[in-house]
Write a protein that binds this ligand. Structure first.
Ligand SMILES: [Zn+2]
Length: 374
């Protein structure tokens, strides 16, 4: 089935580069991998199905030769605005935690794009800023709590945690005293370097649990990075099954846990969690578009067990508009393939298949985050 007319709510992505190019083919290849290694960009990324297929798709869109050399030149003539319109993307939920001076801050991104742009608050980034700013644990914690309590009023539609990247998803209940005991050496390091990367398990865990308490009171959904990502992640600790104690804790019963990246390669583990716990949602971002030709397989595995009402679309795209465009195109394509199979089987009728597509591509996320949706 063709799903081009179904609008997309991309529920997890990042900001765009202010100046997107011109790029050399090797510079361009770095957007098509989670590897930060230059040898990978130059020699091996061009050998991926993702890159080869992307170049062909983009060459058709840009009307140029299907080579990386031609695409990097032709892309200069097409705006991000045009690609997002083309992809029928109605809203983006953006995590600016990835922010550098090279990418647009929220107000400017929202002004430049043709769709709704709503921000997410990244917890670890907030904590890092506050550790730099405050001299005592108590002052830092008060500001952290206040920042999350004020999140809704400040326009944030949800929280995001990258604890999987930092100290793993096996979050332990931690006392305030235990967390406070880690503060002095971190603060010392922050003073010395002028920046920190927060990865001290008692503190990461304590702050996350405080944030979840507030999310419960404020009805804020929380996105968790799970499964694959850049080389920063210890994939073993990013298995979403580690989250079970949090998912079963009554204190967070009303928090929507949105588990990102299809938890790839733990896709079936994710599908299971979303099928068992009423407050767990399975996101397909990063797997779409990186899995390319294998995207239908990911969706087939999720739909094997998970209700259509629990699967949410995203791209995890960042920096260049082509990634949002490709993810939308391949996400619709992969979903269409799997839904067609289910209709051919007689498991779904075509109205049910279309309704499932509408839910997955936008309706579910709109409900979870309270975004108005047609
Ligand atoms: Zn992301």
């Amino acid at each position: 089935m063709n799903l081009d007319a179904v609008p997309i709510l991309d529920q997890h992505c990042h900001s765009l580069l202010r100046a997107g190019g011109p790029f050399t083919p090797a510079d361009y290849a770095r957007f098509f991998t989670e590897s930060g290694d230059r040898t990978m960009h130059e020699r091996h990324v061009p050998e991926t199905v993702f890159f080869r297929w992307a170049i062909k798709e983009l060459a058709r869109r840009f009307d140029c030769d299907p080579t990386a050399e031609a695409v990097v030149l032709a892309r200069e003539r097409t705006s991000a605005d045009a690609l997002l319109r083309d992809a029928n993307i109605a809203a983006l939920l953006v995590d600016y935690g990835y922010q550098t001076d090279d990418t647009w801050p929220h107000a400017e991104l929202a002004e430049r794009l043709p769709c709704r742009v709503l921000p997410l608050l990244r917890l670890e980034t907030l904590a890092q800023q506050l550790i730099l700013r405050y001299d005592t644990f108590d002052a830092m914690l008060d500001a952290f709590v206040a920042g999350i309590e004020a999140a809704r009023a400040a326009g944030y539609v949800g929280l995001k945690s990258i604890v999987a990247y930092r100290t793993g998803l096996a979050v332990r209940s931690t006392t305030r005293a235990e967390a406070a005991g880690t503060f002095a050496p971190i603060k010392k390091q922050a003073r010395r370097d002028g920046r920190i990367r927060l990865a001290v398990k008692p503190l990461n865990d304590y702050l996350l649990l405080r944030a979840l308490e507030i999310a419960e009171r404020e009805a804020l959904p929380v996105q968790f990075h799970t499964g694959f990502g850049d080389s920063d992640v210890d994939l073993l600790g990013a298995n979403p099954l580690h989250l079970r104690p949090l998912l079963e804790n009554d204190a967070y019963r009303h928090v929507a846990f949105v588990l990102l990246h299809a938890s790839y390669p733990y896709v079936r583990e994710l599908g299971y969690l979303a099928a068992i716990h009423p407050n767990v949602y399975a996101d397909i971002g990063l797997a779409v578009p990186h899995l390319a030709a294998d995207i239908p397989a990911v969706l087939r595995q999720l739909l094997g067990l998970t209700p259509a009402s629990k699967i949410v679309y995203s791209s995890d795209a960042s920096q260049i508009a082509e990634l949002y465009w490709l993810a939308a195109r391949w996400g619709r394509w992969g979903l269409g393939i799997v839904l067609d199979e289910l209709v051919a089987l007689g498991a779904l009728n075509s109205d049910e298949a279309l309704a499932a597509a509408r839910q997955i591509l936008g309706g579910n996320a709109a409900r979870v985050y309270g975004v108005p949706w047609p």
